[in-house]
Every structure is written in structure tokens, then in C-alpha cells.
Design a protein around this ligand. Structure first.
Ligand SMILES: *Cc1c(COP(=O)(O)O)cnc(C)c1O
Length: 407
């Protein structure tokens, strides 16, 4: 894997200089390339990408994704609104909530987005309220255990997501009772799924269930493509997934008697590798067995290493030719905050800039103010120029909504 000094001709050092550190940097061209790769992989069928907004929800990134021809999947009403603000038309937005109050469903319907129903009580409430006047999608739990980590496996039998495929007769009964118009069926089995066959397995569950719903317009295969996090790391062969899934899908459509749209909801695949977190070394210190490089960031900005034991490749931008040594790269949060352990890197000196790779997905979108720290700026490199797309937070942002009472 490469350790770039620049993105589209813009040096990372100049970005750090202009916008300060820590800073998230996204390569817009890379995001567009990923969209084009998927469009190619699924080109033989009517195909739609519904980008999983939760991976990275900056308005400018959403707008770029919209212009590249994708729609979005939103998991909160706020993401629906962000999508609309970025320019998506309501029908391009799928709303996939997980056990939310019905008022939120009502709000989504009022906005005109399609709602993905994830429980039988919700199907009934939706049916009672709208009957067949508002089309909807149903999220099926396919009982498939897949994904890179137990926290991101969401399609297995004990997962809270969707409606168990075993309950298909009850789903059909509720749909028929209220005359619901079901336009789509959906599965999403998890994240970091390497094996192309898993997507086919999920598809087979959809194909079988679909025969019970005569008014379908699309089948949604969810997201979860695995990306490479380090040298030699396997990643999902999306051309292979495209080949086997479209072939099975075409056979299904013949059986169904009509051509449907095939939807997928990639998050990580579109934005993970396109994003970097650029940090500065504050301190280098050694204990008996290990040398720590402490940086001006931490789990408040990138929680994936501590939350999912995720591996993020890191390189020393300032001293690429330095003598190799072993480091634990740690954040400044008062809590075990290891961004990377036992990494061989060129000598790290105070003030060296380090680049944390694959930070585009679930980086900024999971960032917090823990330890009363400020969230970093976001920069999008687009058409050879670095654009600030979110300002670094200031101290006032921490206190803005607080009420200091008389005590
Ligand atoms: C998170 C999520 C995705 C995206 O998962 P990735 O692993 O980032 O591709 C897709 N669909 C739904 C419903 C999700 O919750």
C-alpha cells in the first residue's frame, strides 16, 4: 500500500500547515472511482447505489456522491435531512431506522422518503396509518452470521436488526391485512464481509421471500464490502460479487416475471480508503519495553481501534526515511487510547506529522467531545484543490447548549 505525500497534487504537509492538526482529509476522486467500480460491477442489471450515510455524513461529501449518481441510505431522520440539504430528492433516499418511535416514521413519510420497516409491530402501525397509500420496504433478518467483528455482524439470528425470515408468514399476513404496498425487500448482514458468497446467500433469502410480494420494484442487498486495511489484507472482490449476484438476480427476475432494480448500500467501500486522519506528534517517551508516540488526537476522533480492535495503517509523513523503530501510537484521552500497537515506523520525533489511513468511514461520523476535546476540521480535496468542508470546533462549541444555573 502506498504512503502518499500528496493527494491530487496537494501535499498533505501543506494541508496540515493551512488547516492545522488534527484534520480529516478526503480524496473526492477516490470516492467517485469507487462508485464507478460498483456501477461497472453491476452494469448488467438496473442498479442503484444507496450510500450508507452514517459512514461519513459531511454535506459536501454527500453532494459529491449525489453528483456521481448514487442515492443514500439514512439510519436517522437527521441523516434524511442532511441528505435532502445536500441535494438528494426524497425518492432517492431510503430510511432504514432501527426501532424508532413512530413519530420519526411519520416525519420521514411526510418528507417523501421510502421507509424500511424493521418489525412486525411497525408494519402493523404503518398499515393502520397509511394502508396502501404509502409504499414501503421490509428489512429481513436473513439469519446469516457474517462480518469482521461481533459488533458489526448484524444479520444473524440473535441480531436486533430486521424481521426474522422465520416470521415471513406473519409478515405476509400483516401486509395483506392492511393492503400495504411493498416496493422493496432488504437485507444487510454486516460489515467487513470478504466472501462474495455471503452476498449471494443474502440474495437467496431475498429471492425466496420476494415471491410473496407481487408489487416489488427493488431488492436491496445492503452493504458490508470489506476493504483492505493493511498490506496483503484481503478485500471483497466486488467484480466477483457483481458477477455472481447479477447472474442470480437475472434468473430470479425471470422467475418473478418482471425486471426489478438491484440496490446495494455501501458505506465503507465508498469512503474508507479515501479518508486520512492527519495528526501531529506531541510527545515521544519510552518505558522499559515500549516507546510511545503521543499524538494530538485519540479515540474521541477515531474510535475504531478501541471500539472494534480495528487495524489502521499509519505512516510518518515527516520522516519517511528515518531509522525503523517500534512504537505504540497513542491518543491524548485519559483512558486507554491506543491507535496502533507495536508498529514498526521510521523514527518519530516530536512535531512529526503522522497519517492514519482508512479513516474516511466511521471516523469523523463517530467522533465525540469526550474529555471536552474539540472535533477536528474536515478537508475535501477536489479537482486538485483542498477545500475546508467543516471548521475545526472552538471552545464555544462545547458550551453552546449548556445552561449554567444559579447555584
Ligand atoms: C451501516 C450500514 C450499511 C453500510 O455498511 P458498510 O460496512 O459501511 O458498507 C449499509 N446498510 C445499513 C442498513 C447499515 O446500517
Amino acid at each position: 500500500m502506498q504512503n502518499p505525500q500528496q493527494i491530487q497534487g496537494v501535499s498533505l504537509e501543506s494541508i496540515a500547515h493551512e488547516f492545522g492538526t488534527p484534520v480529516y482529509v478526503y480524496d473526492g476522486e477516490k470516492i467517485v472511482e469507487q462508485i464507478e467500480t460498483l456501477q461497472k460491477a453491476f452494469s448488467s442489471v438496473p442498479f442503484k447505489i444507496k450510500y450508507a450515510t452514517k459512514a461519513l455524513s459531511n454535506l459536501s461529501v454527500l453532494k459529491l456522491i449525489k453528483n456521481a449518481g448514487a442515492g443514500i441510505d439514512a439510519v436517522s431522520i437527521e441523516e434524511v435531512k442532511l441528505g435532502m440539504m445536500a441535494g438528494f430528492e426524497a425518492p432517492e433516499i431510503m430510511y432504514t431506522p432501527s426501532g424508532v418511535p413512530f413519530e420519526e416514521i411519520r416525519e420521514a413519510v411526510d418528507l417523501g422518503v421510502i421507509v424500511n420497516l424493521d418489525s412486525i409491530p411497525l408494519i402493523r402501525e404503518f398499515g393502520k396509518t397509511y394502508g396502501g397509500s404509502v409504499p414501503a420496504c421490509i428489512r429481513i433478518n436473513p439469519h446469516i452470521l457474517a462480518g469482521g467483528n461481533h459488533k458489526i455482524s448484524v444479520g444473524h439470528v440473535e441480531s436486533k436488526f430486521g424481521i426474522s425470515i422465520d416470521l415471513l408468514p406473519e409478515i405476509v399476513e400483516a401486509v395483506n391485512e392492511y393492503g400495504l404496498k411493498i416496493w422493496g425487500l432488504h437485507v444487510h448482514t454486516g460489515s467487513d464481509i470478504y466472501d462474495a458468497e455471503v452476498f449471494l446467500k443474502g440474495g437467496n433469502v431475498l429471492f425466496e421471500a420476494a415471491m410473496q410480494f407481487p408489487e416489488l420494484k427493488f431488492l436491496d442487498f445492503g452493504g458490508g464490502f470489506k476493504v483492505a486495511y493493511k498490506e496483503g489484507d484481503p478485500s471483497t472482490d466486488v467484480m466477483e460479487v457483481g458477477r455472481i449476484v447479477t447472474k442470480a438476480f437475472e434468473a430470479f427476475c425471470r422467475k418473478y416475471g418482471r425486471s426489478l432494480e438491484l440496490w446495494i448500500e455501501p458505506g465503507k467501500f465508498l469512503v474508507s480508503a479515501a479518508g486520512l486522519l492527519l495528526v501531529k506528534t506531541a510527545v515521544v517517551k519510552s518505558s522499559t519495553t515500549i516507546t510511545f508516540a503521543g499524538v494530538d488526537s485519540g479515540l474521541n476522533h477515531l474510535i475504531r481501534p478501541m471500539m472494534y480492535e480495528a487495524y489502521h495503517d499509519i505512516y510518518n509523513l515527516s520522516n519517511p526515511e528515518g531509522k525503523l523503530e517500534k512504537y505504540n501510537i497513542v491518543g491524548y484521552i485519559c483512558e486507554t487510547d491506543t491507535l496502533a500497537a507495536h508498529r514498526q515506523l521510521p523514527e518519530i520525533r516530536p512535531n512529526d506529522l503522522l497519517v492514519i489511513k482508512n479513516a474516511g468511514a466511521y471516523g469523523y461520523s463517530m467522533a465525540s467531545n469526550y474529555n471536552s476535546r474539540l472535533r477536528p476540521a474536515e478537508v475535501l480535496v477536489w479537482q486538485g484543490k483542498a477545500h475546508l468542508i467543516r471548521k475545526r470546533e472552538e471552545f464555544e462549541d462545547l458550551t453552546r447548549n449548556q445552561v449554567l444555573i444559579e447555584i
